[in-house]
Design a protein around this ligand. Structure first.
Ligand SMILES: Nc1ncnc2c1ncn2[C@@H]1O[C@H](COP(=O)(O)OP(=O)(O)OP(=O)(O)O)[C@@H](O)[C@H]1O
Length: 256
């Protein structure tokens, strides 16, 4: 359903902006495919390019070269709003844009012309799944904890029923019980779909124990390059942990 072909992303330093210098690489020669029902975990040390990759797929940035296709349609041929209804990103610091939780959950469905009853049913379903109490509905984001905000942001993406859900460290603000429950709900979403084709999920996740249970496939980025793209059963998770710790160590030494 999604295909990246030899995608490169270069950035320019401010001092280079007026020059013809190519800038430095953030992502290099990235190619992979996403199929319905996939649960893909993206790992890599700090600065490896994980968030940049999700932003490219959500079209918040444009590739410097290479192509991205959704259902065989080149990204440029799809209006951005239409694309983001199908490929939805939950960023780490999602905002409710001044709305209350109730308004933020209903708003994307109002835009799609759903009836009041349909909206209540859809929002109610995800509220129950993610254990979002009615008490929160009148609150704004400043009245929520980081973990509560995170759950609301995920619920807001799920009510849209996107074809592809992009999650940037969705567990970061959640306690272990809630994190594990979320992973189960997301797994269920891809296995017993409420829509056809089944939703695919791409998730950045540093918690390898959760990733191991969750993933059907793993993408390992290192310094903007695809180090590995393997089905989860083929991964040696202990080896992966060792290599990520080593890369993290090297990256922090380079920063000193
Ligand atoms: N807007 C930007 N302008 C210039 N460089 C950027 C920009 N965004 C990211 N970068 C650089 O691109 C590289 C990849 O960053 P990215 O945020 O994608 O990494 P990451 O793997 O998500 O890291 P982390 O785990 O720390 O969130 C880094 O070297 C970063 O400094």
């Amino acid at each position: 359903m999604l295909r990246l072909e030899q995608v490169n992303l270069f950035t320019r330093l401010k001092s280079q902006a007026q020059s013809n210098l190519p800038g430095y690489p953030i992502l290099q020669d990235i190619s992979f495919q996403v199929f319905p029902g996939d649960r893909i975990t993206i790992v890599g040390s700090a600065g490896a390019g994980k968030t940049s990759l999700l932003r490219l797929i959500n079209r918040l940035t444009e590739p410097s070269s290479g192509k991205i296709y959704l259902e065989n349609q080149e990204y440029h041929q799809i209006p951005v709003i239409q694309l983001r209804q199908q490929v939805t990103l939950v960023q780490q610091e999602s905002k409710l844009l001044g709305m209350t939780v109730g308004e933020a959950l209903a708003y994307p469905l109002i835009l799609r012309g759903l009836s009041k009853q349909q909206i209540q049913e859809r929002v109610g379903y995800w509220q129950e799944q993610l254990q979002i109490p009615d008490l929160w509905l009148g609150r704004t984001e400043v009245q929520l904890s980081a973990g509560q905000r995170q759950l609301v942001a995920i619920a807001r993406a799920l009510v849209i029923q996107p074809k592809i859900l992009l999650l940037d460290e969705p567990n970061s603000g959640l306690d272990p019980g809630k994190a594990s429950r979320l992973m189960n709900i997301l797994t269920q979403l891809t296995q017993t779909p409420t829509q056809t084709p089944a939703t695919a999920i791409l998730m950045i996740n540093h918690q390898l124990d959760l990733a191991q249970k969750f993933s059907t496939r793993l993408l390992h980025l290192q310094q903007g390059q695809m180090l590995a793209n393997h089905p989860a059963p083929e991964i040696d998770w202990d080896d992966l942990k060792t290599s990520l710790i080593a890369a993290e160590h090297q990256a922090s030494e380079e920063w000193i």
